[in-house]
Design a protein around this ligand. Structure first.
Ligand code: NAP
Length: 312
């Protein structure tokens, strides 16, 4: 049986992944859906990275899909992917660490007002503002999964008061936790910094709408490192314009790349990153993907399977 590689990526990136995966899977036949002739009856595994919609159709023996990306919302939104097909998402400690660094940088920058200082430099203004201690700053981390837990721990280790929010009750050493829909309002009302690391599901799409943005303190900062569709852009822009929150750090957008004429680019209260909070490191992620494929080959249950009914 063979493995098909289906991905939306350019030539050089594609060649790098194929080389790393082939090196990590000696003895396996890994075919590139974009270049090689595929015998549909001979494919039982797919390694994918945002494959074009319909890319996994017509493979009758396909029994396992390994994603190279951590977020699988686009794959789950493809109606042609059979509902019972096991899909594993990428869980790579190197990515969790990178995400934790970005979340810490954003938290520190918001807490100490470094975005405001950068703006003052551009304006040639020498002006200090008041300084607070880290233990006076409440940070809400939404989502306590792979990324959220790593981010929350890293931020807490710097002395911030961190509360993590999840769907079901969770325990995490050194953090306070809360869960469920009714816990969100008091959490957002109390937070100085809100870091979003939720998966995109029907329950979390549009979470940051006008109603919930209104729960934030006027001095609060919002950090969205998860998915653009968690935020209702018009509502966030209206809240920022009205001074209902101080600043937003946005790494992810409903349309990517962020369109050149989008107001986020030039908004004085917005910091834009190009979906770079935690890039997949092909070197470590190829090894993670290969190990999971080999688990499947040995008849073991692959790690980090997506729960299709939960949507993450
Ligand atoms: P994950 O491991 O699946 O995390 C899921 C967490 O969110 C769990 O704690 C879960 O609660 C919680 N959750 C799910 N639905 C919820 C709801 N309705 N209410 C409250 N909590 C809910 O996800 P991950 O791997 O950490 O990824 C987090 C996000 O980062 C994803 O959106 C992913 O696409 C994004 N991401 C971004 C980048 C980037 O560069 N910007 C890179 C990689 C990933 P339970 O524990 O109760 O299940």
């Amino acid at each position: 049986m063979s493995i098909v590689f289906a991905a939306t990526m350019d030539g050089a990136e594609r060649a790098e992944w194929l080389a790393l995966l082939r090196a990590a899977l000696p003895g396996e036949t890994l075919l590139d859906a974009g270049a090689d002739r595929i015998d549909p009856d001979a494919v039982d595994v797919a390694i994918v990275a945002n494959p074009p919609p319909g890319a996994l159709q017509g493979l009758p023996k396909l029994a396992f899909v390994q994603s190279l990306w951590a977020g699988v919302d686009r794959l789950l939104g493809d109606a042609t992917v059979p509902p019972a097909l096991p899909i594993a998402r990428m869980v790579d400690p190197a990515m969790n660490a990178a995400m934790a660094e970005t979340a810490l940088w954003a938290t520190l920058s918001l807490h100490r007002g470094f975005f405001a200082y950068a703006a003052r430099q551009r304006a040639g203004q020498w002006r200090q503002h008041a300084q607070r201690r880290a233990d006076e700053i409440g940070v809400a981390v939404l989502g306590l999964g792979q990324m959220g837990r790593a981010a929350a721990r890293r931020i807490a280790a710097q002395g911030y008061r961190v509360t993590g929010w999840s769907r079901s009750a969770a325990q995490a050493e050194g953090l306070s936790t809360t869960h469920g829909g009714t816990a969100l309002e008091p959490l957002l009302r109390a937070a100085d910094v809100v870091v979003n690391l939720l998966p995109l599901t029907e329950a979390t799409r549009g979470l940051f709408d006008a109603r919930r943005l209104a729960w934030l303190k006027k001095t609060a900062g919002l950090v969205n490192l998860a998915r653009g569709a968690h935020v209702v852009d018009a509502d966030l822009l209206a809240a920022l314009d009205a001074g209902a929150l101080r600043h937003a750090v946005l790494d992810v957008f409903s349309t990517e790349p962020l369109p050149a004429d989008h107001r986020y680019w030039s908004h004085p209260r917005v910091t834009v990153l190009p979906h770079a909070a935690a890039l997949t490191d092909a070197r470590s992620a190829a090894a993670v993907a290969a190990a999971n494929v080999l688990r499947f080959r040995r008849g073991e249950v692959p790690q980090h399977l997506v729960d299709r009914t939960r949507g993450y």
